[in-house]
Design a protein around this ligand. Structure first.
Ligand SMILES: Cc1cc2nc3c(=O)[nH]c(=O)nc-3n(C[C@H](O)[C@H](O)[C@H](O)COP(=O)(O)O)c2cc1C
Ligand code: SF4
Ligand code: SF4
Length: 244
C-alpha cells in the first residue's frame, strides 16, 4: 500500500504512478479515519511534499501511528529543489529501506514565483523517467538512498524547519479578496478542515498544514496570503499534466 499526502497534486501523482508501476494501490492519508492494518501488504510506501526541508505534519503524525511491518518500506518526497534531511528525519520515526526525492514544480508561491511553464514541463518529464527507475528498484526490493539534500541540510532541517512549524504556519494572513464568489471549494477541499464559509466568504481556523491547496486551487484566484501572493501565478499539477 502506498500512502500519500499532497497539497497541490504532485505527491498524489507520484504515488499513483508508483502504485500503477508496482501493482499496488495509492491511499490518501487524509481520507483515513484510523491507522490502517498492514496485514498481508507486500510493501509500504510513504509519499509526501517537503515543507521547509522537513516532512509535513500530517505525514509525521500518520507514521507515528502506523503499525510496523516486515514488508518492504520506502519513502518518496517531492520538492521544488531540495529536501534537506527530511528523509533521514522520517526514517527515524518509521524504518525505511529506501528513500528518494523527486524535484517537481514549486507550489510555495508565498516565498517565490511559481515555475515557468517550460520549467514545469521539464521537471515533470524528468520525474516521470525517475519514477520508472525507482519503481523498478522497489519491485526488486533494492535498498536505495537517492535524495537531493542540498547545502546546509542539517541546519535547514532542524532550525529552519522548527521555525517554520512554530511561527510560519499562521492562517492570519489568509483572506479572500473581492473576486471570491462563495463557491465553497476551498472549504470543501482543505485537508485540515480548517476553512468554513461565513456569509458566503471563507474564514480560516488555526489548524493549517500550509499545504497551499486553498491558495493555489481557488478557481477565481481570490485567496491571498498577506500581500505576498497578489498577481502571482497559481500552481496545481492538474493544470499542467499532459499524458503523452
Ligand atoms: C509550506 C511549503 C514549504 C516548502 N518548502 C520546500 C523546501 O524546503 N524545499 C523544496 O525544495 N520545496 C519546498 N516546497 C515546495 C513543495 O515541496 C513542492 O512543490 C511539492 O512537490 C508540492 O507537492 P504537492 O503538490 O504534493 O503538495 C514547499 C512548499 C510549501 C507549500
Ligand atoms: S474557492 Fe475561491 S471563490 Fe470559492 S469560496 Fe473559496 S475563495 Fe471564494
Ligand atoms: S487552510 Fe489552505 S493551506 Fe491550510 S491546510 Fe487548508 S488548504 Fe492547506
Amino acid at each position: 500500500m502506498i500512502f500519500y499526502f499532497s497539497g497541490t497534486g504532485n505527491s498524489r501523482w507520484v504515488a499513483e504512478q508508483i502504485a500503477a508501476l508496482t501493482g499496488d494501490n495509492a491511499q490518501d492519508i487524509v481520507a483515513l479515519r484510523q491507522p490502517p492494518s498492514l496485514q498481508d501488504v507486500g510493501q509500504v510506501g510513504l509519499v509526501f511534499p517537503i515543507y521547509a526541508w522537513g516532512p509535513p505534519e500530517p505525514m509525521v503524525s500518520f507514521v507515528k501511528a502506523l503499525p510496523k511491518t516486515e514488508a518492504f518500506c520506502f519513502g518518496v518526497c517531492t520538492c521544488g529543489s531540495e529536501a534537506g534531511h527530511a528523509m533521514r528525519k522520517l526514517a527515524r520515526l518509521y524504518p525505511l529501506q529506501s528513500s528518494y526525492s523527486l524535484v517537481l514544480p514549486n507550489n510555495y508561491i508565498i516565498g517565490a514565483e511559481a515555475d515557468s511553464e517550460t520549467v514545469i514541463q521539464q521537471k515533470l518529464n524528468t520525474a516521470r523517467s525517475e519514477i520508472e527507475v525507482l519503481s523498478r528498484e522497489i519491485l526488486q526490493r533494492k535498498p536505495v538512498f537517492r535524495v537531493k539534500e542540498g547545502s546546509a541540510a542539517g541546519l535547514k532541517s532542524s532550525l529552519v524547519n522548527f521555525g517554520f512549524n512554530r511561527f510560519a504556519r499562521s492562517t492570519k494572513p489568509f483572506h479572500a479578496d473581492s473576486s471570491c464568489d462563495g463557491c465553497g471549494l476551498c472549504a470543501h477541499r482543505c485537508p485540515a478542515a480548517t476553512i468554513s464559509l461565513r456569509e458566503g466568504r471563507p474564514v480560516w481556523g488555526t489548524a493549517c498544514y500550509q499545504c497551499l491547496r486553498c491558495l493555489n486551487e481557488c478557481p477565481r484566484q481570490a485567496i491571498q496570503y498577506g500581500d505576498s501572493t497578489q498577481g502571482k501565478t497559481r500552481y496545481t499539477l492538474q493544470k499542467h499534466w499532459k499524458e503523452s
